[in-house]
Design a protein around this ligand. Sequence first.
Ligand code: ADP
Ligand code: MG
Length: 262
Amino acid sequence: MITVEDLRVRFGSREVVRGVSFAVPKGGSFGMVGESGSGKSTILRALSGLNAEWTGRMAVDGIPLTPRRSKAFFRRVQMVFQDPYGSLHPGQTIDRALAEPLLVHGIGDIENRILRALAEVALPASVRFRFPHQISGGQRQRVAIARALMAEPEVLLLDEPTSALDVSVQAEVLNLLKSLQAARGLTYVMVSHNLAVVAHLCPKVGVMQGGELVETLSAEDLRAGRTRHPHTTELRSLSVELEDPDEEPSGPAHPGLGGSGT
Ligand code: ADP
Ligand code: MG
């Protein structure tokens, strides 16, 4: 569904994405981890069409991407950001935020679609006429996800979608993303500085360092510590485990990554 080959992005004289290549099958998820400044968001911005200054080859569903994208492209490929305040206008009700993509893409049946969207992300209908600051951070991110899905895209580009949330809410939102993917057959690229977050959702994980993808491995190998590149090992040891809401608090730890006690 997504192919990226030798992607390069420079800001001034500095190349911050240095020949990155990866592919994601339809309905699959590719995770990208790496420390702050390693180029993760820049890759997503180039892929999503937010930044037209790149070289290399990218394609979605076999269609080569050009710097400028069509409206149809923006319907098929949506981005979700770390901070839902970035995508939700503070002066707009949730209703308005959810209606907007429908208006942009000329999709009707607005009332029903909004109610269905709220239900799909497990939000009560009562949030509909609230403003972003009147709901919790986790609820805001659910709204941002619902909004991204309004025009029925096929690809979601998720940039640190849970990083601004309390640890207790992170796994809930990840589980929601997982079930939405299964229900809709979505293709994901998800970026996080936290390996456990990425491994929770993505069977394949790419490790970014200084603008390069230094290792691509399976989440399974990542969990088991079968890493090849020293930077992956380092990231793994710094990774914070998730709290899984489906597990007993005193039960066995989530098969998380590295960190304490190992
Ligand atoms: P990450 O998402 O992995 O934290 P980014 O992709 O945001 O990293 O940034 C990669 C590098 O590019 C950083 O050094 C950052 O400062 C730089 N950068 C990002 N956006 C811009 C921009 N618009 N102008 C100049 N430099 C930028
Ligand atoms: Mg970033």
